[in-house]
Design a protein around this ligand. Structure first.
Ligand SMILES: [Zn+2]
Ligand SMILES: [Zn+2]
Length: 165
């Protein structure tokens, strides 16, 4: 049986639309999560964010802590073994020259250099450093990127690791 050309074209255009919408949904979701993180970094409590956006406290917690679960050791990876991205700028490993691994995040050499201009994590935040896991209140300063945050001490260590590489 011959396919109906008109219906076939309609199916193809619907399929292309699904693909485009899925891509857009993924982009909007990532922007949504990033903005929620920035609200928390700027000093809003997870409870306040949850109430304002009508989310559960647990969901906000998951979004804010999304950086967890990555590598465990401190070391410089010039050639990361798995598909990896910098937890701060989200550049892929192929686009960066250096990638330092902390407890739950990676930081590329460019971000180590640019960290002074990152969002500062508010003193009341419950976030922990993604490299040493110390809480915000235990460190003098902390800055945040797309999926992770880093304290001053760890940033200093990253700088040394990058400079000696
Ligand atoms: Zn980076
Ligand atoms: Zn730290």
């Amino acid at each position: 049986m011959v396919l109906d050309e008109r219906l076939l074209a309609e199916a193809e255009s619907a399929s292309a639309r699904i693909t485009a919408l899925e891509r857009e949904t993924a982009a909007a979701t990532s922007q949504y999560h990033r903005t929620i993180r920035r609200l928390h970094v700027a000093g809003s409590s997870m409870r306040e964010i949850a109430d304002a956006l009508q989310l559960s406290h647990q969901r906000v917690h998951q979004i804010v802590d999304a950086a967890g679960g990555a590598p465990r050791r401190w070391k410089l990876r010039s050639k990361p073994p798995r598909p990896l991205v910098c937890s701060f700028c989200e550049k892929a490993k192929d686009d960066v020259t250096k990638l330092v691994a902390g407890a739950a995040a990676y930081m590329c050499g460019d971000c180590v250099e640019a960290a002074a201009s990152f969002d500062k994590v508010h003193a009341a935040s419950t976030l922990r450093c993604s490299f040493c896991t110390k809480p915000r209140k235990a460190v003098t300063r902390m800055v945040a990127g797309a999926q992770a945050q880093i304290c001053d001490d760890c940033l200093h260590l990253c700088k040394e690791i990058c400079e000696n590489a």
